[in-house]
Design a protein around this ligand. Structure first.
Ligand code: FE
Length: 183
C-alpha cells in the first residue's frame, strides 16, 4: 500500500468523527488546515504537516502499549510515532509541536489568544496554559519553531462548517514526495 493509500484509508475509516468539540469533522479540519497553509504561501512541508497534524486521532488505540500512556496524551504520542516512522522531521516536527505552538502563541500574541474558539480556550489550561518566558525562549531555539507556529495558525482557522476546499486526493503527490523510502 502506498503512503497516500494508507492516509486515505485512515481518513475514510475515522475521518467523519467530530474534531474536539468544533463544528467540523476530523477530515474537514485536516483539509481546511492544509488549505489555509497553502493559501498563506507556506512551504509544501508545512502544507503536508498541516494536513496530517492530528493523524493520531485517526489511529487505532488498542496498540500493545496503550496502557503505558495517559488517555489525554495517547493519541498525540501515537501520531508523533506514526509520522516520524513515515516522514522526515520537516513534516513530523511541526506536527508534533502543534500544541506547544499554541501555548507559545498564547504567551506572545494577545490577539491570537483572544481569537481562540471556546473549545480551544478551554483546552489551553489542560495543555499547560501559556508558556513562561523561559519556555518561550527555549521554544524559539527549535529548528522547526517557525513552521510549527505557521501550522498552528492554520490549525486554528480550520474549523469552518461547510467550507469548500480541495479533497485529500489533491495532496497525493505531495504526501508521496515527502514519504521516507521504506525498506
Ligand atoms: Fe488540529
Amino acid at each position: 500500500m502506498s503512503l497516500y493509500d494508507e492516509v486515505a484509508a485512515l481518513f475514510a475509516e475515522r475521518g467523519d468523527e467530530e474534531y474536539h468539540g468544533e463544528p467540523v469533522s476530523q477530515t474537514e479540519h485536516a483539509l481546511q488546515t492544509a488549505h489555509f497553509a497553502a493559501q498563506a504561501g507556506h512551504s509544501d512541508a508545512v502544507v503536508v504537516a498541516s494536513l496530517l497534524h492530528d493523524i493520531g486521532h485517526l489511529l487505532h488505540t488498542e496498540g500493545e502499549d496503550a496502557a503505558e500512556h495517559g488517555i489525554d496524551t495517547h493519541h498525540e504520542v501515537l501520531g508523533e510515532r506514526w509520522l516520524a516512522e513515515r516522514f522526515g522531521p520537516e513534516i513530523a516536527e511541526p506536527a508534533r509541536l502543534h500544541v506547544e505552538a499554541k501555548r507559545y502563541l498564547c504567551a506572545t500574541d494577545a490577539a491570537y489568544r483572544a481569537g481562540l474558539s471556546p473549545a480551544s480556550q478551554l483546552s489551553l489550561e489542560l495543555q499547560g496554559g501559556p508558556m513562561s518566558a523561559e519556555e518561550v525562549t527555549a521554544f524559539e531555539q527549535n529548528p522547526y519553531f517557525r513552521e510549527a507556529v505557521a501550522l498552528r495558525r492554520c490549525d486554528d482557522q480550520g474549523k469552518i462548517p461547510g467550507l469548500e476546499v480541495p479533497p485529500l486526493s489533491h495532496y497525493r503527490d505531495l504526501i508521496e514526495g515527502f514519504a521516507l523510502t521504506r525498506v
